[in-house]
Design a protein around this ligand. Sequence first.
Ligand code: PGA
Length: 276
Amino acid sequence: MSYVNKEVIKNKTLKEFMEVLVFENKESGSLYAAQVIANKVLMNNSVNEETVLGLATGSTPTDMYKALIEINKSGVSFSRIITYNLDEYYPMKKSSPHSYHYYMYDHFFQHVDIHEENIFIPNGENKNEDLSKFCEEYELSIRRNGGIDIQVLGLGLNGHIGFNEPGFSMDSLTQKVTLSDTTRTAAVKYFGKKEEVPFQAISMGISTILSADHIMMMAWGNEKAEIVKESIEGQLSKDVPGTYLQTHKNVTIILDAESASKLDNDRISLIESKLS
Ligand code: PGA
């Protein structure tokens, strides 16, 4: 069994290794992302190997999780996947509906046959004095499991990846971070009031993200169009962490027509579908 997707409408390669796929809408883009993951899992399952996934939260990957749940129901087992989440608010109780821990079980884990012991999410319940040890162990654990095969990413309105905000250097590792005002404001839609949004988080580092074999970054909607353009076409800059992806050898950017609308159209060519 193999998954293919014929709905990609535009494709362009800006950097030698950066693949930008533009889909008609977020549903078809999300399905494609889920199919890439399913193919990797199927391949690894067939040789009894684990698949290590880096996972994201927020509004961007929700349809991808829905598609993955369907794929799991159709018979692709996730019993050999190991997952590392990008981030978690700090401090944050796992049981809080605002936690990314809660989000992941709600949107994905509780619906599939993943093993509890294979789930890793930064722990917002850590005591402050235990945090640096926790972060070190998170890095080691990723390495012990052979590194991340596919890292799923969203893109913040300010270009952050994970909670690595503008100004973060490319060699950052998993650590406690301070959230920018833009990020806290964007989170008001989940928390209700800005005062409720934590000021800090634990985030996988940029260097950790860039050490994944394959990175899939998704972005949807007009509000992301400008930052998508800056991240893909702009100069490499610590002011826009999304530009760091340009340095990775195997990145797939998955967009809908709206988030791709500000890209340099001359360089986007219509294709039949190289994926069919
Ligand atoms: P969003 O957030 O998916 O809620 O748009 C993306 C991000 O901040 O990385």
